[in-house]
Write a protein that binds this ligand. Structure first.
Ligand code: ADP
Ligand code: MG
Length: 697
């Protein structure tokens, strides 16, 4: 007997070839999978047009009538089948360019049909090409639903005649067997949120009986999806804290103290101290630390990361830090190296472009334990990178990495090392909940003292003269200026043309000896870069022309103006990062966003957001709205479910919060989901865990 768990190939109308297409294209393997392939929109099918009422080609129409007058025709070289479809008000031309024989064999001219399609207008006449059609008697016998569901289908699916209509038909075939779905969500939760039962919801999501019923069904599945997502994240967290023993870092030792007393030139902020305390508590808990470290640009996350690594080293462990790009890894390496100079620690950089000779040294020192801190890119998680005793892994910009990468780092020692994930830019709360729902969260919610709100203005190219005058005035007051040019391509090789032309213009407008200009970009040699940077840091140059290499890590308190050229080319989080380079000294700071005159509406929105707010969390929210969570936070490699089937974290925040709250409660009562009322829920949660972690753990 065919049931919900049967392979899709055995469903009437599928067969092995289409089954393969369904497997590949939409991950449908069983009847139940197909039931969970929800429509993306609904069309009102309760309404019939009359042929005579077709006055435009704007909308799809549904007609009831008969076919007649079939004839083979040609248009240019193309053969097609022509017919007429008529009701009591008139006739309309119909054409088929494909499947001609099948149509001829199957349409019965004496019978009544319901057809559906988009009219095409040619002069006064309308025609429909490839309408969907169905015997009226069959149409009338179907489950009555005023709306018809439309399903997303790929080109490949269409090639195998699996268009939206066909998918709908398959789902109807399943329903004809009167399937009974077992409830997943405990009844008391359904009651609490006024959600329909699973059978009612499934029926209405495919064959809506009314608008309110459709909405209730959608709400139920959004909740279900987010609830299961939160349950699986929180359950994993529970299991991890209960079963994995973490390395015990009992002491704060010499390295930490040396750094704290001799190298740290400022007082930690209250927020930094609080977060360090939270991390220390994890290190001493006997459990594995899995913590997300959030904080706005410039809030001082790096110091916290470095001090955490020092604790690991004080306890005879190694530490590593992984960044998503070579440039970022290099910058982290530069700043960590700089910070730790004179402490007697061995810090190295490993990326895809590390030379074989250097690599050999790294491999040896990692194994012998001579290497204390390894900083790098994805290269770090390759299997051949083996530590003697990795105790702490720090991941920067985790949202560019997937769950799988996090899992791989956890395997770098017999017990999983402690893991701290840092987000380089703030993340909206809904997103961090779905991305990092299994992590503890620490927030640095305070900037180092003396930071001033940066004033941001938008300037068009034609106001360049005014901007230059402003720069001159500021320099004469003793300030320093950054001028940043975009990297045209999002790659690690720089496009210099822009930068060099810009540099030329600047040096022509700001002449020595009164004004001096430094320039740095990613492809300069390290010492060259350093020399240029040193000039700027020492105040010997007043202007630093740069590409986005200064996005992270540069700190010159006397620099109070950030000019961003072609600002429309930058993403919001980059703009925010760049602006974070100023506003660090005692003086009022400024950020000038230079753009061309023609701006897309998205660019306008980005610029106006920057002008209006300095709050990184707000900016992240706008960024997510403009680009969608998938583009902002997803990558090809990330297996993280940030795009859900039906829930939308941009608009369903309320449902998400409710789902998280319920998930927490349910797990408090039944941590392993073994109680009878949670049985079906547990099955779903397990399969969700398997699909996100299965291939790695
Ligand atoms: P982010 O959180 O953006 O990674 P960083 O860690 O790069 O910020 O810190 C930004 C700058 O602020 C660095 O130059 C750092 O030295 C400085 N800084 C960090 N903490 C403090 C503090 N408590 N007091 C003063 N300056 C600090
Ligand atoms: Mg940083």
């Amino acid at each position: 007997m065919y049931n919900l768990q049967s392979e899709i190939t055995f469903l009437t109308g599928v067969g092995p070839v289409r089954a393969e297409v369904l497997n590949r294209e939409i991950s449908v393997f069983t009847a139940e999978d197909l039931i969970y392939y929800f429509p993306y929109k609904y069309i009102d099918r309760s309404r019939f047009y009359k042929v005579a009422d077709i006055k435009s080609d704007a909308a799809y129409v549904q007609l009831r009538g008969k076919f007649c007058c079939f004839s083979d025709e040609t248009a240019g070289k193309k053969k097609y089948l022509h017919a007429e479809f008529f009701d009591e008000t008139g006739g309309i031309d119909i054409a088929w360019f494909q499947r001609i024989k099948w149509v001829k064999d199957n349409i019965e001219p004496q019978k009544e049909y319901v057809i559906y399609g988009k009219p095409k207008q040619f002069r006064q006449d309308f025609s429909i090409v490839h309408p969907e059609f169905e015997l009226a008697s069959k149409f009338d016998n179907q489950i009555k639903a005023p709306f018809s569901a439309e399903y997303n289908t790929s080109e490949k699916m269409k090639k195998y005649f699996l268009n939206s209509r066909a998918v709908g038909k398959l789902i109807r075939t399943i329903f004809e067997r009167k399937p009974v779905f077992e409830e997943i969500i405990p009844q008391y939760i359904l009651n609490e949120y006024h959600l329909p039962s699973i059978n009612e919801a499934i029926l209405n999501i495919h064959f809506p009986q009314s608008v309110p019923k459709l909405e209730a069904a959608r709400k139920r599945f959004k909740f279900q999806e987010l609830f299961i997502n939160q349950l699986s994240l929180l359950k994993q967290k529970k299991i991890r804290t209960n079963s994995i023993s973490g390395y015990y870092f009992e002491k704060v030792g010499e390295y930490f103290m040396n750094f704290y007393e001799k190298k740290l030139s400022f007082e930690l902020t209250g927020a930094q101290k609080k977060v360090l305390k939270e991390i220390r508590a994890d290190f001493k808990s006997g459990k594995q630390c899995n913590r997300l470290l959030q904080g706005d640009v410039g809030s001082g996350k790096t110091i916290v990361a470095v001090m955490s690594m020092l604790i690991a080293i004080d306890n005879e462990f190694q530490a590593c830090m992984m960044a998503p790009t070579e440039i970022l890894a290099q910058q982290h390496f530069d700043s960590v190296f700089e910070m730790l100079q004179g402490i007697g620690l061995n810090v190295r950089l490993l990326t895809g472009s590390t030379k074989a000779k250097q690599r050999k040294i790294i491999d040896q020192e990692l194994l012998s334990g001579e290497l204390h801190i390894l900083i790098g890119t994805h290269a770090l998680i390759e299997d051949k990178v083996q530590f003697k005793n990795l105790g702490l892994a720090i991941i920067d910009e985790q949202h560019r990495f997937g769950v799988a990468q996090r899992a791989k780092l956890q395997k770098k020692n017999t017990n999983p090392p402690h893991v701290i994930v840092m987000s380089a830019t703030p993340i909206p709360r809904t997103l961090s909940m779905t991305l990092y729902g299994d992590l503890d969260v620490s927030v640095i919610d305070e900037l180092p003292p003396g930071r001033k709100t940066v004033k941001t203005v938008h300037s068009y190219e034609k106001q360049r003269g005014k901007v230059y005058k402003f720069i001159r005035d500021e320099i004469l007051k003793g300030r320093q200026i950054y001028i940043v040019f975009p990297l045209i391509k999002e790659s690690e090789t720089l496009d210099y043309k822009n930068l060099e032309e810009g540099y030329q213009t600047i040096t022509e407008n700001f002449r020595a000896p009164k004004f001096n200009v430094s320039m740095i970009h990613g492809q300069m040699k390290t010492d060259e870069k350093k020399a240029q940077m040193d000039l700027f840091v020492a105040g010997k140059t007043q202007i630093l022309v740069a590409t986005t290499v200064i996005e992270v890590g540069v700190n010159v308190p006397n620099a109070s103006v950030m000019i961003i050229e072609s600002a429309e080319r930058f993403g919001l989080s980059q703009l925010h990062q760049l602006r974070g380079r100023v506003g660090r000294g005692a003086e009022q700071s400024y950020c000038v966003l230079m753009t061309g005159h023609k701006l897309s509406s998205d660019s306008k929105k980005r610029i106006s957001t920057m002008v209006q707010t300095n709050n990184g969390f707000e900016i992240a929210e706008v960024d997510m709205r403009l680009r969608g969570p998938g583009d902002v936070f997803g990558t090809q490699q990330s297996g993280t479910p940030i795009t859900f089937r039906i829930a939308n974290i941009l608009t369903d925040g309320k449902i998400l919060f409710a789902a998280r709250q319920k998930a927490t409660q349910v797990l408090e009562d039944d941590p392993l989901l073994v109680k009878p009322q949670n049985k079906n829920l547990a099955i779903k949660v397990e399969s969700e865990i398997r699909s996100s972690w299965g291939n790695v753990s």
